[in-house]
Ligand binder design. Structure first.
Ligand code: GUN
Ligand code: ZN
Length: 451
């Protein structure tokens, strides 16, 4: 039953600023132990504050306030890099990037020429995101235009803010998955004109990576990226050492991997580069200078044995940063589990550096910032998403901290908010997510049609 309550009550927490690396950055968040979030009829957030204050300010009638006492209310998570067609091949054994693509991924992506196949996979994928508390994602389709039509149609039914695009690839992959600079232009353009800014859908021009696109095709990507206002660009960069070598061989005139993309005009605001595990200092600086975004994909980097992302360097350079699950190289849809492994990667750096005292950790505040407002800002959606401040879109989740016995047990011994958030990021998963709201509309896991 979809009753749209005007307000929800519970423990409300969200970041309002980048907390940096301080352990308890008091001015960067809002926390209401007993709070109320008030919604507009159109699903935007009208106000947020202590329950007593909101009651007297808005004279809220009891039946319009849905009570989640004892539960946490958080902004929905934002996943800045994932592949919906790879959901069904998650956890494929034994390979690193190139062989993994050849052996598992390309054969799987071939199925997405079929619309009904793509539609049911899209439903499965969106359900998984939402069950895990992720309300927005930046998503790769396959080379087939139909794969993206399917994804956007399903996202539109949920009124979910999804950014996605059709893969462009015209070389170094099986013939059955290749397009051409001409067909990629026509098909991507048609998708942009049909879908970009339709409701909450946005388009991302999607060259898979430098290895699978000819120079002509990267030029087409740039043309589309610059022709349409607000369109994104998503691709992969420096994930794996042999990938980096291959890319440089293919583009000998470019100074480094990033400059391959930069030479075509693909590096700038709204361009999101997944991985960046092996970026040089020079590349980090250029990314920061050009205000492009890196998507850090910890579970994927560990699963494929790609390497350890240099979070400290990204911080130092002030790079725009988000987190990605990178399904199906990533091993979890859960942003909690993604933060868990991000933390471990940051910790591991200390084992490989001469100056451990200069190292930083991933604090729980920073971690939840990256999963919410930080990602929203990195996607230039900071005015719409990522916190529960007035005017934002009403995308939020309700967390039951007692759903997992071990987490509940651990929380009894925590003292500070930082401790509790840290326990959450290490131990929570989809069981913790009780409900989610998209544009103020409540969906309970059990309410949703299953596919
Ligand atoms: N690089 C190029 N394509 C892919 C992909 O599908 N997944 C990952 N993890 N890296 C890639
Ligand atoms: Zn990827």
């Amino acid at each position: 039953i979809a009753i749209a309550p005007k307000a929800v009550r519970g423990t409300i927490f969200f970041l309002t600023e980048d907390p940096g690396t301080t352990i308890d950055p008091v001015k960067s968040y809002q926390y209401y132990d007993d709070g109320i979030l008030v919604l507009n009829d159109d699903g935007h957030i009208l106000d947020v504050g202590y329950a007593t204050e909101m009651h007297s300010k808005y004279q809220l009638a009891a039946h319009t306030v849905l009570n989640y006492s004892g539960k946490f209310i958080f902004p929905g998570f934002i996943d800045t890099h994932t592949h919906y067609p790879q959901s069904e091949i998650i956890a494929a054994f034994g390979e690193q990037l190139t062989h993994w693509l050849d052996k598992y991924i390309y054969p799987t992506e071939a199925h997405f020429a079929d619309k009904s196949y793509a539609s049911s996979a899209s439903r499965f994928f969106l359900n998984e995101l939402l069950d895990n508390g992720t309300t927005t994602a930046l998503v790769f389709g396959t080379v087939h235009k139909t794969s993206v039509n399917a994804l956007f149609e399903e996202a539109e039914k949920l009124n979910m803010r999804i950014i996605g695009g059709k893969i462009m690839m015209d070389r170094n992959a099986p013939h059955y998955l290749l397009d051409t600079p001409e067909t990629t232009y026509i098909e991507s353009q048609a998708l942009i004109e049909t879908w970009h800014n339709k409701g909450r859908i946005q388009y991302a021009v999607t060259p898979r990576f430098a290895i699978t696109s000819s120079p002509e095709q990267l030029a087409v990507a740039a043309k589309l990226f610059h022709a349409y206002n607000g369109v994104y660009l998503q691709t992969h960069i420096s994930e794996n050492l042999s990938e980096v070598m291959h890319a440089k061989q293919l583009f000998p005139a470019s100074k480094n991997y990033l400059s391959i993309y930069d030479d075509f005009g693909l590096v700038g605001p709204r361009a999101i580069f997944a991985h960046g595990v092996h970026l040089t200092d020079e590349e980090f600086s250029l990314l920061a200078k050009k205000k492009a975004t890196i998507s850090f994909c910890p579970t994927s980097n560990l699963f494929l044995g790609s390497g350890l992302f240099d979070f400290r360097k990204a911080q130092q350079e002030n790079c725009h940063l988000g987190l990605g699950t990178d399904i199906g190289a990533g091993t979890s849809f859960s942003m909690f589990q993604t933060l868990n492994e991000a933390y471990k990667i940051v910790q591991l750096h200390k084992a490989y550096t001469d100056t451990p005292q200069n190292e930083i950790t991933l604090t729980p505040f920073k971690a939840f910032y990256l999963a919410t407002l930080g990602a929203a800002r990195a996607l230039y959606l900071g005015d719409k998403l990522g916190s529960l401040q007035p005017g934002k879109e009403g995308d939020f989740i309700v967390l039951d901290l007692e759903a997992i016995p071990l987490l509940k047990f651990r929380l009894q011994k925590t003292q500070s908010l930082a401790d509790r958030l840290f326990a959450l990021m290490m131990l929570a998963d989809d069981r913790t997510v009780e409900a989610f709201y998209l544009m103020g509309k409540r969906w309970q896991k059990v309410d949703r049609p299953r596919f």
